[in-house]
Design a protein around this ligand. Structure first.
Ligand code: HEC
Ligand code: HEC
Length: 434
């Protein structure tokens, strides 16, 4: 009897030890990504690192000179703060010293003068745009950072001016219009084998909140229906646990971060992906050896671990109280999980599949144009957390559904769900609550 008790005790003890070990291992798994110093370093990188991309945005495109304007050593009218805000650039109110805030409030500082934009750049207050000044205070170059597209502000000071919201897509940013400020579009036109007016026309068609990353790989500027091919800037929050990233699952988060920093921002790093050597699928990339980029020094690779840690630290934001009908959302949740089977793909809590998150175009009832441009040939189930923070510009990769009711209506017919009008409304309300 005593022996039995003893062995039970030993068994219990060993289970406890094993559990503790398990917990330790789990902690060990996550320590790297949750290390506060790494997260802080990643935040710096996300907000302020241009990875040496000045050579492209200033050296080649001369955007520093376009911003400064002829009166400040550049060309053209320059970019006033009003113009900058109108093309969707955001100002970080917390970077503004009290005297500047007071001067803006009293109207002593002109928001119509490009010189004010230069002053804001000097304060490092233009979200996602890094200005480099010489000792005498003259703007020498600008670079762009991840935050230009993947941060916005809370408008607490004025429209477009407020506290940073990292990870929220900037759906006001008109990347095409900004690139079009260049006086040297020819090299980009040459890259894509089109003439300059054609390039400028395509850039003008993207519109706010959109960018065409794959254009610079396969040269496809238009969809088969003749409309411009450009994707909505997605959220960079709520990414922890999401396997494949991008609308078409190009790769994991570190793959894509490196892809963008090297091939879209034109930072200076090392990048390799044999897919891009396929001259049939990716003629532009193959011709320009985008599948095998090397730079010395490499200003990107050593920062990728921190960048990921920071992105993983940004949870999807919760919608403000009162922005949806709670009772309807509760009913909608039941429809999401049961009758409409949305959760068969959008698995809570990430609202994407933990492992294989890819689907054919036919499965979701849309055309396969964008899917086939990706090495996967498929669409990735979009994580749905914080949908309210990216409602502007619409839903699905290219914003084809203007509002959530349109998304629900699409699924209702695609999957023959037979949802009543009330059920559709409840489902949309639930989506707003995520
Ligand atoms: C010019 C705007 C722009 C810049 C700058 C930019 N991105 Fe993106 N990002 C996009 C767009 C557009 C997509 C969607 C790509 C697609 O699927 O077609 C995207 C996709 C992503 C995704 C995938 C999100 C998801 O839902 O899976 C991540 C992560 C990401 N970007 C991180 C970054 C990081 C990190 C940087 C800086 C190194 C960066 N981006 C710079 C526009 C931008
Ligand atoms: C077969 C898998 C699958 C099912 C089932 C499914 N979805 Fe999706 N969902 C996807 C994929 C893939 C996308 C990305 C489509 C794109 O970007 O073009 C998506 C995108 C979305 C989006 C757009 C997100 C954004 O930010 O653009 C919403 C909203 C959505 N789904 C809601 C639902 C609802 C509601 C249901 C149930 C009625 C549902 N989904 C059922 C796979 C699925």
């Amino acid at each position: 009897m005593i022996r039995k008790k003893q062995s039970l005790f030993i068994l219990a003890l060993s289970v406890l030890v094993a559990l503790a070990q398990c917990k330790k291992d789990k902690i060990k798994d996550h320590t790297e990504d949750e290390n506060p110093a790494l997260v802080a370093a990643g935040k710096e990188t996300f907000r302020f690192d241009s990875f040496g991309d000045e050579e492209f945005w200033s050296g080649l495109l001369h955007l520093d000179k376009a911003i400064a304007g002829a009166n400040n050593g550049g060309f053209g009218p320059g970019v006033s703060p009003k113009t900058a805000l109108a093309v969707g650039l955001k100002v970080d109110a917390e970077a503004l010293p009290a005297n500047v805030v007071a001067a803006i409030q009293s109207g002593a500082v002109s928001l119509d003068d490009p010189a004010t934009t230069l002053a804001l750049l000097k304060l490092n207050a233009v979200v996602g745009v890094k200005g480099n000044f010489d000792a005498s205070g003259v703007l020498k170059s600008i670079g762009i950072t991840c935050a230009s597209c993947h941060s916005t502000v809370d408008n607490s000071f004025a429209p477009g001016i407020g506290k940073r919201l990292d990870g929220w897509p900037n759906r006001d940013l008109n990347v095409g219009t900004i690139v079009s400020l260049t006086d040297n579009a020819q090299p980009i036109a040459d890259l894509l084998h089109v003439d300059e007016p054609t390039l400028r026309n395509v850039l003008s068609l993207w519109g706010p909140g959109k960018f065409a990353a794959v254009l610079f790989m396969d040269g496809k500027a238009l969809r088969p229906d003749g409309k411009v091919a450009a994707n909505l800037i997605p959220a960079a929050f709520g990414m922890k646990g999401v396997g494949l990233t991008t609308y078409t699952g190009w790769g994991d988060i570190t793959y894509w971060n490196s892809f963008v920093a090297n091939l879209e921002m034109h930072g200076k790093g090392n990048f390799s992906d044999p897919h891009l050597n396929d001259a049939t699928k990716y003629p532009i990339a193959a011709e320009n050896h985008f599948g095998n980029v090397t730079n010395n020094p490499d200003l990107i690779t050593s920062k990728l671990a921190a960048l990921r840690a920071y992105q993983y630290s940004i949870d999807a934001p919760k919608p403000p109280a009162g922005s949806f009908d709670q009772a309807a959302a509760t009913r909608g949740k039941d429809i999401f999980l049961n009758k409409a089977k949305c959760a068969s793909c959008h698995v809570p809590p990430l609202f994407t599949e933990p492992v294989n998150n890819l689907h054919t175009a036919a499965e979701i009832g849309i055309d396969d144009f964008e899917a086939l441009r990706s090495p996967t040939g498929k669409y990735r189930t979009t994580p749905l957390g914080g949908l309210f923070a990216r409602a502007k510009g619409g839903f699905y990769h290219d914003g084809r559904f203007a509002i959530l009711d349109d998304v629900v209506a699409h699924y209702n017919s695609q999957f023959n769900l037979n949802l009543s009008t009330n059920e559709k409304q409840d489902l949309a309300e639930y989506l707003k609550s995520l």
